[in-house]
Every structure is written in structure tokens, then in C-alpha cells.
Design a protein around this ligand. Sequence first.
Ligand code: BDR
Ligand code: CA
Length: 338
Amino acid sequence: MEKRKIIMDVDTGSDDAIALVMAMLDEHFDLLGITAVNGNIEVKLTTDNSLRVVECCDKQGEVKVYKGCEYPIASTLISWTAQSFRGVPIREGSKDNATAVHPDQLPLPAPTIKEEEDSAVVFLIETLLAAEDGEITLVPVGPLTNIAVAMRADPRIIPKIKEIMIMGGGHDVNNSSPASEFNVWIDPEAFEIVLQSGCKITLVPLDATHKCFMTVEEAQKVRAIGTKPALLIADLIEQRTTGYAQMDAEMKALNGAPIHDALAVCALVYPEVLKNVVHVNCHTDISRGFAYGETIIDQRIRVNPEPKNCYFAFDADKDIFVKWMIDVLEKDKANRGM
Ligand code: BDR
Ligand code: CA
């Protein structure tokens, strides 16, 4: 089987951690590296958490972690955003709802390994420049700061990218402002730079990820697998369920939580997990008003529409998603001789 070469760009983060486990354990992937970025928590913590996940999967020495951008490209320069958590440090010591979903530290031992010396942006540029055209797939599941900075610093990386599978955006579902999804909202300018890069892009937005929630009952099935990565995923689903119950009535009723970032990984193996995928023209609102960070799809009926620049998934198939997760974890268990 020819493995797909991927780079995971993460703000780990509980669902990022699940996405990382799956990217490391699914044998369809050759994971070239993990780049961490500011987002759910500040970048030193997203880097530290990513290292913890690497060790949880026993991939130390094999999968390297690179620390990336500490601040969004421009949004932190706007005075009214200073009160929100666009800046860094963002939530030190606070006990808000988001903290319940993404505590500073994952429930794993402190890492014994360290991140690489090179920054995430240097790693992205050097790795992509050394690749053939269309060789590497990027999977950003946090704010797009690292990827956008790399594209601006050296646009020669753009043709090297096979495609970009992004967890981000929302049409009928949003979570950080009335108009915007978190990964876009943290760094709207970066999101727009990547959207308009000319790469093949699929957006896995909240409209799709909210269909792929996992319940506490499903977490128990994962827990029964009994390996370290499975126990981590089960713990994180339960933790996310508790966090979502404080802020999302629908998820509270379902006794579950969306596992956003892992859906983007699944979609590379099983594209059919994404449903109602439409080729669209999409822009990010960077006008710094009420809709700052909105992903706007051009739905006008017209003779000469704006050029289409991404695939937008409006729906997803929960059964495919959950089966994929359990199958990969079971296979890993067998590989461990358990
Ligand atoms: C996205 O925001 C983060 O909190 C999650 O990790 C996910 O990437 C969902 O809006
Ligand atoms: Ca994330």
C-alpha cells in the first residue's frame, strides 16, 4: 500500500490529540511531522501536548514535533480583540467552558522528548521544497497561521502540496462568534491566505463535524480496546462530553461531543465520510466587523460565478467515522501483540 505523506498542523487540544493518534496509528499515512500552533491554548502548551501524544503512541524517535507561530498574523493587532482570547497567553488559570474542553495539559505524563530546534515554518518550507510536486498533503486542524506564514515566506512550496484537508469554517453552524468558527476566528487573515493559495482544498467545517459527535457509550467501546492510545481517546471523549454539556444543549442531550479534528484525518482515508460536499467559491471575512472570520460561500445564481476554490462538506457520516476509529485502534492493538 502506498502511504499518503502528511503533515499534521495542530493546536493540541483534546480533539487535535485524537486526530494525532489516528494519524500516527492509521497505516494509510506516512506522518512526516507535527507542527504546533497557537490556538486552543498557547503554542508552548500545544507543542507540549503534541509531544505527550507522540509518546502515548510510542512514536518517539519516529515522529517529530515542531513549535510554530505564537501569535496570529494580524488579528491580535486589533484593539477590540485584546479582550478576547486571540492573544497569547490566552487563558492561563481561567476556568471557562472552553477550558473544560481543552485544559492546558492532556491527561498524560509530561513528555520526556523535546520539540525540534527548527520552527514549524522552517520545517514546512524545507520539507515541501525538498518534495516532488503534489507529493505532500497538509492537514491543518488549528488556526492556519503556520501554513499561511510558510506560503507567504516561500510560495514555491505551493505546487508541492497535493491537497490541504482543513478542519475549519462553518455555514449553518458556528462556535466562536455568531459568524465564525474557532480556527478561522483566531486568525482570519491566515485562513484567507490559504483559501486563495490555489491549492486543492477541502473544508471540514462545523456543519460536518457536529454530525460526527461521539457519545459516552462509544467512548466505553473505545476504552474496552485497552491500549494506551485507546484509553487516551476514551478519556478525551468523556472530558469533551463534560465540557460540551456546559455550553451546547444539543450535545448535552446526545451525551456526546464532536471530535472535529479527527474527521479531517478520516476523510483522507474514507472520503465518503464527508457528505454533501460541494465545490464552491469561499472567502473569509477579514473586514473586522461583526462577521470577522466568517467563511462566506458564493451562492449567487449567475452566469459568471466567482472561481471555485474549495470543497465544502455540509454533512458527514457518523457510522463511517466511528467504525474507522475503532478499526484503527483494534489493528494497533493487534500490532502490539495484545
Ligand atoms: C476547532 O476549534 C478547536 O477548539 C478544535 O480543536 C477544532 O479544531 C473547532 O471549532
Ligand atoms: Ca484544533
